[in-house]
Ligand binder design. Structure first.
Ligand SMILES: Nc1nc2c(ncn2[C@@H]2O[C@H](COP(=O)(O)OP(=O)(O)OP(=O)(O)O)[C@@H](O)[C@H]2O)c(=O)[nH]1
Ligand SMILES: [Mg+2]
Length: 337
């Protein structure tokens, strides 16, 4: 499941400050010696991975980065201040390439790694440095070194944070298409989705998250029925699952049948998948007679909260997204512990 986020940014490290040409002026010392200080070093541009970010989304708004220049040197041997380094945060999983050569500069695999991509220019030496026995009044100083300007390509292989599971035809792809940027195929028949699809959900409230719609599961999928369960490997690394059900196909007499079927297949594939946080969602609540089925389902499920939506009418989606954000936040905290 390849889904790559890619962005090109320009970084510029700070220029070094100019060295200063200056001579001491003191009472009774008509011709003081040179006292021009050195220029400060320009700031570096540093990339740093942080687990707080999951996408390259912030770079949609800002693509040019500049570290501070070093200050110029001054008289009385005053060295100019060094420019501040500029740290750019990127999500773990980002590969940084030189945009011109495509050479890989750094592969950020974990949280908290940093790498300097552009070194700040050195400060120029002030004239005080050039005093010699033969030249006691040097009238020159060095200019500061110019900072580096680089184009970088950031590439991030997206991993899904949230997986949507459920029987065929329950509306998984419809849900994906209505909350994310993805445009999966939707059809009024089972197995419309043949391969997993990823979408980015931009909520405006938090970091965007990645959601994966996977092909429908059916009873016996672990033995190869339908499309089988090999797609489940794509959700092994998600933080949470949305278990989507079609409210219209729920039999009020045995409301948990579909729900249990899917959970059973998950367990056959990998028992650890059943321990992931699941958000149970009943879809197609716009259809007639779904209220009764939903009530029976909620009753039978007992302690677990159930979210009711109509993916097609975009009803209840805000609530679902809030719940996802809440659980993602919680799972982040437990990752850091
Ligand atoms: N009435 C109603 N129909 C819906 C809703 N959501 C999806 N549908 C319809 O249900 C059918 C299946 O939708 P899909 O989104 O393709 O379902 P899926 O779960 O991705 O199906 P597979 O990919 O085959 O597993 C389509 O005809 C949709 O228009 C809903 O909220 N209400
Ligand atoms: Mg589908």
């Amino acid at each position: 499941m390849k889904f790559i986020d890619e962005v090109i940014i320009t970084v510029q490290s700070g220029n070094g400050g100019r060295g200063c040409v200056s001579f001491r002026r003191e009472k009774y010392v008509p011709r003081g010696g040179p006292d021009g200080g050195d220029g400060g070093k320009g700031g570096d541009v540093i990339l740093k991975s942080t687990a707080r970010l999951r996408t390259l989304y912030p770079f949609q708004f800002k693509r040019q980065f500049r570290a501070q220049n070093g200050a110029h040197g001054q008289g009385q041997q005053k060295t100019g201040r060094n420019g501040n380094d500029l740290t750019i945060e990127i999500p773990p999983g980002t590969v940084v390439k030189d945009a011109d050569t495509d050479e890989i500069l750094q592969d950020f695999t974990a949280d908290g790694q940093s790498y300097s991509v552009a070194r700040g220019g050195k400060g120029g030496l002030g004239n005080a440095r050039f005093k010699t026995s033969t030249n006691r009044t040097p009238r020159y100083a060095q200019p500061g070194e110019t900072g580096q300007n680089r184009e970088l390509k950031l590439e991030l292989k997206l991993l899904a944070d949230v997986g949507i599971i459920g029987l065929p035809n329950v509306g998984k792809s419809t849900l994906l298409s209505n909350i994310s940027s993805a445009t999966p195929k939707i059809g009024a028949y089972p197995f419309t989705t043949l391969t997993p699809t990823l979408g980015v959900v931009e909520t405006g409230r938090a970091e965007p998250f990645i959601i994966a719609d996977i092909p429908g599961l059916i009873e016996g999928a672990h033995q190869g029925a339908g499309l089988g369960i090999r797609f489940l490997k794509h959700i092994e690394r998600t933080r949470i699952l949305i278990h989507l059900l079609d409210a219209q196909t729920i039999d009020p007499q045995r409301p948990l049948t579909d729900y249990e079927t899917v959970n059973r297949e998950l367990k056959f594939f990998n028992p650890r998948l059943t321990q992931k946080s699941q958000i149970v969602v009943l879809n197609k609540m716009d259809l007639p007679a779904t209220d009764t089925a939903a009530a029976a389902f909620v009753d039978a499920l007992d302690d677990q909260p159930v979210i009711l939506i109509s993916a097609i009418k975009k009803k209840g989606l805000e609530k679902l997204i809030s719940r996802i954000l809440e659980l993602l936040k919680r799972s982040e905290r437990s990752d850091n512990e």
